[in-house]
Structures are given as C-alpha cells and as structure tokens.
Design a protein around this ligand. Structure first.
Ligand code: SAM
Length: 269
C-alpha cells in the first residue's frame, strides 16, 4: 500500500527552509534561490557541508540496513524525512524485507509535494507519508497508528532533525513521548549536529541560519547521549557519524573528511 495524506501545500519561498537547504546540499533541484543562498554561505564557511549531508544519508542507509537485515525490524517511523533522495529509507528497508512498513513524517509542505516520488514502495509493504510536526508527538502517534501496529517493535528515526528543535520546544520530551508509546524491542535512531567539533564555525553556522529565520541547535556528545536515556545503545554508542558501523557501507564515496555530526542507535529494553 502506498499513499500520501491529502493537503494543500503552502510553500513559502521568501525564506530558507531546512528541507530545501538540505536538498541543495545534496545536489537536488527542489530548492529556491533563498535556500541556495544560505547553502552557499554555509559551504563558503564550511566546505565539507555538502559532503556532511551525503554522509548523513549514508548513515540513514547503514542504520536501516542493520535494523531491517540484521535485527529483524519490520516497522519504521521516520520523522523529519526531507525531500526524497534515492535511496530513501523505505527502499533500503524493503530491499531487506519487502513486507516492511514505513511511515514518513515531515512538517514542510514541499516534502508532501514530492511525496508521490517518495512513495513507490513494494506492493507487500506499507509506505505512507504524513504531514505533521515533530513538536506534536501525540498527533504523530495517532496518525501513524493507522498504518503501523504500535504494539509491535518500531524503529523510530529522527535523522538530522533534532538540531532544528531547541530543548525549550520540547526536544527531550518528544523523544520520551514517542519511545514511551513503543514496545520493548523498538529502536531509536538519531543524528545531530555537534557543538563540540569546531565550536567557532558551528557558531557561525548558527548565526547564518538565524539570519535566514531558522533556529539551529548544535549539541554536545553528552546532550546527544541524554536523548537515549533508559535505552540500550548499540555499539559503538554515540559516535561521529562516519564511524557508526562503516562496515555496512554500500556505495559510499568517503574521502576521510571529518563530519561534525553525532549518530547513535539504541534499543528499548
Ligand atoms: C536536514 S533535513 C533531514 C532529512 C532526512 N531525515 C535525512 O537525514 O536525510 C531535516 C528535515 O526535518 C524537517 N523538520 C524540521 N523541523 C521539523 C518539525 N518540527 N517537524 C517535522 N519535521 C521537521 C525539515 O522539513 C527537513 O525535511
């Protein structure tokens, strides 16, 4: 089954949006001049920014490969999905397990506008896109519950999302609410911009995003680790993103450049 929830996308092209800036970093075409301008500013200051975005996609693929192929997970709830970029999470999960169910959630209407491209899943699996805000986790659970069996394990992923949600807007509570609703054997997959890799450049990036009206919240390794409280972190724990299970890489073009993002995957006991 494959479908998108109906909605009328209202796309604001007057200021940059995280999904579209990220699409520009990835070399996509679904962005506007304001997004490209911010992307270029960030890249001028941090030349590895585009490489970091690609690495983030590779982490999603490695984590999904491990969950679906090695750990037997058959349900995925991915919040902050972004504009489709092949291979998307459902492609990786359903390659390992065609019957896998994948529910995508994003709050940006442009992601919904591209959902048709995103939603070509297997006939035996479920691939669904929902427009909702991560800051309303109860709503996400209600909507996702129509497509996923929330009494069975789910891999919940918020990949490169939490650095757009300050603690004051409930980042830790969002994770707690979602994980509390999922059964034992569920997983939490996170990546997040680090505050302690190159603090000065990170501060510049925060200021550039702020000038475009986007709040960016880098976090330390300790803060990232706190998101996994009460869960069992898989090896190697909270790691620099390229160092998280590099042996699972498929078609990654690594050049050894450092990537200022943390990554981790944990199991609910
Ligand atoms: C940097 S992109 C990451 C995309 C994808 N997860 C990946 O790692 O390739 C961040 C995504 O989070 C979405 N986003 C930001 N704030 C959000 C919120 N409050 N609720 C839902 N999605 C949000 C953006 O629209 C964007 O698509």
């Amino acid at each position: 089954m494959t479908e998108a929830s109906p909605a009328t996308p209202l796309i604001d092209t007057s200021k940059p949006h995280p999904a579209r800036v990220y699409d520009w970093f990835l070399g996509g075409k679904d962005n506007y001049p304001v997004d490209e301008e911010l992307g270029r500013q960030i890249t001028a200051m941090e030349p590895s920014a585009r490489y970091g975005a690609r690495h983030n996609r590779w982490f999603m693929q490695r984590a999904t490969r491990m969950l679906a192929a090695r750990l037997g997970v058959r349900q995925f709830l991915d919040i902050g999905t972004g504009i489709p970029t092949e291979p998307n999470l459902h492609r990786v999960a359903q390659t390992a397990a065609p019957e896998a169910s994948v529910v995508y959630v994003d709050n940006d209407p442009i992601v919904l506008a591209h959902a048709a491209a995103l939603l070509r899943g297997t006939p035996e699996g479920v691939t669904r896109y929902l427009q909702a805000d991560a800051r309303d986790p109860e709503k996400i659970l209600e909507l996702a519950g129509a497509h996923l069996d929330l009494d069975r394990p789910v891999a919940l992923s918020l990949i490169a999302l939490l650095h757009f949600i300050p603690d004051e807007q409930g980042a830790p509570e969002i994770i707690r609410t979602l994980m509390d609703a999922l059964p034992s054997g569920s997983y939490l997959v996170l990546s997040q911009l680090a505050s302690d890799h190159d603090p000065e450049r990170t501060r510049e990036a925060v200021a550039m995003y702020a000038a475009g009206g986007v709040t960016l919240v880098p976090r330390s390794r300790a803060q990232m680790t706190d998101f996994f409280a009460g869960l069992e972190l898989l090896d190697p724990g909270v790691a620099w993103l390229p160092d998280w299970h590099p042996e699972l890489a498929v078609d990654e073009e690594r050049d050894g450049t450092a990537v200022p993002l943390y990554a981790g995957v944990a199991r609910k006991p």
